[in-house]
Structure formats: C-alpha cells, structure tokens
Design a binder for this molecule. Structure first.
Ligand code: 5GP
Length: 212
C-alpha cells in the first residue's frame, strides 16, 4: 500500500539557513514537496511571485482566511503569512512529504491540527554565526536585522515544542539528518494507530483463548 505523505514543519531563526537546507533536501530526494506560502510582506529583490511566496495585500489575505483557504496563518514582524490548504492536501494524498517552512505560531497550530506532523527546528551553531548570516545576506537594513534578532530571542522560548532540533553547520549533513528523521518518524506510534489497534485486539483475543 502506498503510504500517505508526512507533513513536516521546518522552523528556525531568520538567517538560520532553512531555505538553503530545504532546497538541498529536495535536490537530494524526490519524495518532498515544498508548500509556497501566501504573504503580505513586499517581495525582496530577486523574489518571484509563486516561487518564494504568493504576494498579496491584507484585504485578499483576510478574504482567504474567511474562505477557510489556509491550513494555518500567523502575523510575523507586522505581516501576514499563511499556508494555502489545497496544495498541501493534494500533495499529501499523492504520497509526497510536504515541507512547510513556517514560524512557530503556525508550527504549533499545525501540531494541534495534525498531531502526526513532524516539527523540526533549525538553528545555526551560535548567535555570532546567526548575526553574521543575517548581515551577510545584504538584503536587510540594520533596523530589520535588529528586529529579527529580537524576534529570534522570543522564538527561542518555543524551541521545546519541536520534535527535533537540527544544528545547521554543514548543508549536506543538515539535509541528510532531516531526511533520516522523516524516514524514522514513519514508525512513530502516532502514525501507526490502525496497526496498533489491530495488533492489540488480536493479542487480547489470543491471550483470552490461552487463559480459557
Ligand atoms: P521571511 O519574511 O523571512 O520570508 O519569513 C519570515 C518568517 O515567516 C519565517 O520564519 C518564515 O518561516 C515564516 N513563514 C513563511 N511562510 C509562512 C506561513 O505560511 N505561515 C507561517 N506561520 N509562517 C510563515
């Protein structure tokens, strides 16, 4: 039987290198799909509509919320971000592992709605490295960098809610570590509930027969 795909949430501080890591996982393994989010944040230089995000305005975003078109959404640094529902449902059904690259409020909502989802938090090895990566990106002003570091401090409060923490030191190792976690999680009890129920019933049935 074809297994249904796994829903994977990847979060991490802005500048942790999540985006590059996700691209590497997809380059190495064919069974992953990346969900493209909808946002009210203006595009950064080089970002394309429908590739990095679906860019929209607040009115349209709020209409989409009202129409139940999002799996989850959150506000981050003054903008809305949300996961369109149709794509996620369709890809999971097709057996793909769907990656959501989203922040913590959204991640917690996903865990609540889909307890079998896998929550992974990606962090650079140190705060020094995080600051260096944010500055090195060259697309953000000092004010935005300060805002994102502040936000990272807040987000560090939520790290315990994740199933795994991956330290993103080397791209190849980080990508393979995540792939291994996803593969291993197929055996998690929460994903095997029908099997557990069946085997338990059979065991009780058998045990009763032996007792009688
Ligand atoms: P950025 O503006 O740097 O692209 O993204 C800011 C934050 O929003 C990142 O932590 C990113 O993972 C998160 N994000 C992107 N898309 C979504 C989404 O659909 N839902 C939620 N909750 N967060 C998102």
């Amino acid at each position: 039987m074809r297994q249904k795909g796994i829903l994977i949430v990847i979060s991490g501080f802005s500048g942790a290198g999540k985006g590059t890591l996700v691209k590497e996982i997809m380059r190495r393994h064919g069974e992953y799909s990346l969900s493209v989010s909808m946002t009210t944040r203006p595009p950064r230089a080089g970002e394309r509509e429908g590739v990095e995000y679906f860019f929209t305005d607040r009115a349209h975003f709020e209409e989409t919320i009202a129409a139940d078109g999002l799996v989850e959404y959150a506000q981050y640094c003054g903008n809305y971000y949300g996961t369109p529902k149709a794509y996620v449902e369709e890809q999971l059904k097709a057996g793909k592992n769907v990656i959501l690259e989203i922040e913590i409020q959204g991640a917690l909502k996903i865990k609540e709605k889909f307890p079998e989802s896998l929550l992974i938090f990606v962090t650079p090895p140190s705060v020094e490295e995080l600051k260096r990566r944010l500055e090195g990106r060259g697309t953000e002003s000092a004010e935005v960098i300060a805002k994102r570091l502040n936000r990272a401090a807040e987000e560090s409060e939520g790290m315990e809610a994740y199933d795994y923490i991956v330290i993103n030191d080397s791209l190849e190792e980080g990508a393979e570590e995540i792939h291994r976690l996803v593969d291993a999680s197929r055996a998690a009890p929460v994903r095997k509930q029908d099997f557990i129920r069946e085997i338990r019933e059979e065991l009780y049935h058998f045990a009763k027969g032996v007792q009688d």
